[in-house]
Design a protein around this ligand. Structure first.
Ligand SMILES: [Zn+2]
Length: 271
């Protein structure tokens, strides 16, 4: 009556195939036999979730027992140790103006003069700092990566969380985009790229998130379709926001209109 049963139920699923409307092997659908169980076969195993409010069992069953621990090598963390300073008033003003950040994020960012980069904290649950990202904000090092990441510990989820009490979250690529939304009390997560991993999906479900708004950069439309296809049965809803620019460069008014559902389609709106 457990994970082994889920494995049996998933036996005939193709890779990345999903199935919903199943009877949950954990709660058996309660008194009414609700068929609220869904699962998806993915590369590293089977993702499953029960949508019954009294159950909400869910997780990831690795495809082969015992393999995961040995495959995931514990790399020693790359820790950021360089000296930083607070931003000057004018630097902070410039930055906040550029990205429409509200004062709620004052003193969040620092500067590393030695690297000539903006220093941005990567936060986990309860604002616990997971690492540091340094950004070439002023294009001082065009031949180097725009963002460089440093991690305090190697095994924690490598995403940046800016959650509120809401049950939805806006999925962004970069940290400043997520911070921007958070200053407007909009919950956000930054993937630090375009990949929403299975582990992080389970993590979001466990944090009570039931709805995703995908707001990846304009060049990641295919990625958004993939994420929606792969995880659609594990959330009540996954909506794609097709922005012309990334979130931090999109007017907050536009984003709010999309979230409120008041945004009318810009092109071919004949009604
Ligand atoms: Zn259940």
């Amino acid at each position: 009556m457990s994970e082994s049963e889920v494995r049996l139920m998933a036996l005939d699923l193709e890779m990345d195939e999903s199935r919903g409307g199943l009877l949950c092997p954990f709660c058996h659908g309660g008194q009414h036999g609700d068929k609220s169980f869904a699962m998806t076969r993915i590369g590293s195993g089977i993702l499953y979730h029960c949508f019954r409010a009294k159950c909400t069992k869910g997780g990831l069953i690795p495809s082969t027992y015992g393999i995961q621990q040995t495959v995931r090598k514990k790399k020693s963390p790359k820790i950021f140790t360089k000296a930083t300073r607070l931003l000057s008033g004018s630097e902070e003003h410039f930055l906040f103006d550029k990205y429409e950040l509200l004062p709620k994020a004052n003193h969040t960012y620092k500067y590393c003069d030695e690297m000539d980069r903006l220093v941005v904290p990567i936060l986990g649950i309860h604002l616990h700092q997971l690492g540091i990202a340094v950004k070439d904000e002023f294009n001082k090092h065009p031949s180097q990566p725009k963002w460089i990441f440093y991690w305090e510990k190697p095994m924690e989820p490598k995403v940046h969380l800016r959650l509120t009490n809401e049950r939805y979250v806006v999925v962004c690529e970069d940290i400043i985009s997520a911070d921007k939304l958070w200053t407007y009390d909009i919950p956000a997560i930054a993937l630090l790229g375009t990949h929403l991993s299975e582990d992080n999906t389970v993590y979001l479900r466990k944090l009570g998130i039931t709805k995703l708004y995908l707001a990846l950069d304009p060049d990641a439309k295919d990625k958004m379709h993939k994420i929606k296809g792969k995880y659609s049965l594990l959330f009540d809803e996954i909506k794609m926001m097709f922005l012309d620019k990334d979130v931090k460069d999109t007017p907050i008014s536009t984003i709010k209109e999309i979230l409120d559902g008041t945004q009318t389609t810009v092109s071919n709106n004949t009604e």
